[in-house]
Design a binder for this molecule. Structure first.
Ligand code: GDP
Length: 297
């Protein structure tokens, strides 16, 4: 994964040295952890998250079990793998499902994060799973956002509910959910407006949409390429909106993606999906354990 290439290379280096050793001293562990710490910081993982991560790995690695093992290097790599998996949420966190359909999914995020694109990818994923999703065009401020969603919908064969750009997004969202109920849609994806920065008007509107649609899922779309800002954005949104999940986008980008790995640790909000590319392909569930293995290379 492009966003973690640098990190993978550095970790492979550290572990290459450990792997060959029959015996590992406490000094070796400390040295390896120093290098892992630098690699994580270099990859832009949040510094507090790195500190806790290293402390946990060390605590487990310096314990009896590792030192007595015949392959201590391998045991340490395994510990790092497990802790990295934990850091990203441990196990896969599934999309919520309403007891009585439709399941309402509200999409939030800053402008340009990939909300509209991700809404399309999510709709396609659901459609491929034999569901009948409805997309609701609630982003009335960004020029062409409605059109973009309509084009996307037409491309994947998913209907798009719109009331143009003169009706309030709160009313559009309410009417969209009602439309889904009347027309037998089992999932409604409400695309909302983003701003370039978090502001009160945006949050107020999102809260109102939340109130009228009572979403089963509130997904924050986060651009992995924005570094620590991605973590700050997730934190602010979570404080105001009670997110139920995060979607990391642009993991195909070549900027350091470490910040994205800190999102779960900082906000407590699970990463539910990871997205790559501009093309509309089905969204992929985020698997912490697979991602950890890929990062370790
Ligand atoms: P919105 O303002 O949040 O609705 O953002 P858009 O969905 O319009 O996306 C903004 C830009 O990012 C567009 O050019 C998308 O094609 C692009 N984009 C969205 N998701 C991804 C992704 O996962 N990878 C890449 N490389 N580009 C993406």
């Amino acid at each position: 994964m492009a966003a973690f290439e640098g990190l993978t290379g550095r970790l492979q280096n550290v572990f290459g040295k450990l792997r060959g050793k029959g015996k590992v001293s406490e000094d070796d562990v400390n040295e390896a952890m120093r290098e892992v710490r630098l690699a994580l910081l270099e990859a832009d993982v949040n510094f507090k998250v790195v500190k806790e991560f290293i402390a946990k790995v060390k605590e487990r690695a310096i314990g009896q079990e590792v030192m007595k093992s015949f392959t201590p290097g391998m045991v340490i790599i395994d510990i790092v793998n497990k802790e990295l998996t934990e850091l990203m949420g441990g196990t896969q966190s599934k999309l919520a499902k309403a007891n009585r359909p439709p399941t309402v999914i509200m999409m939030a995020g800053l402008q340009g994060a990939g909300k509209t694109t991700t809404s399309g990818k999510l709709a396609l994923m659901l459609q491929k799973g034999n569901h009948k999703p409805l997309l609701v065009a609630g982003d009335i401020y960004r020029p062409a956002a409605i059109k973009q969603l309509q084009v996307l919908g037409a491309q994947i064969g998913v209907p798009v509910f719109s009331l143009g750009d003169q009706t309030s997004p709160v009313e559009i969202a309410r009417a969209g959910v009602a439309h889904a109920k009347e027309n037998g849609h089992d999932y409604v994806i409400v695309d909302t407006a983003g701003r370039l920065h978090i502001d009160e008007a945006l949050m107020e509107e999102l809260k109102q949409i939340h109130e009228v649609t009572k979403p089963d899922e509130v997904l924050l779309v986060v651009d992995s390429m924005t570094g620590q800002e991605a973590v700050n954005v997730a934190k602010s949104f979570h404080e105001q909106l009670e997110l139920t999940g995060v979607v990391l986008t642009k993991l195909d980008g070549d900027t350091r993606g470490g910040a994205a790995l800190s999102v779960k640790a900082v906000t407590g909000c699970p990463i539910k999906f990871a997205a790559t590319g501009e093309k509309i392909v089905p969204l992929e569930p985020f698997h912490p354990e697979r991602m950890a293995s890929r990062i370790l290379g």
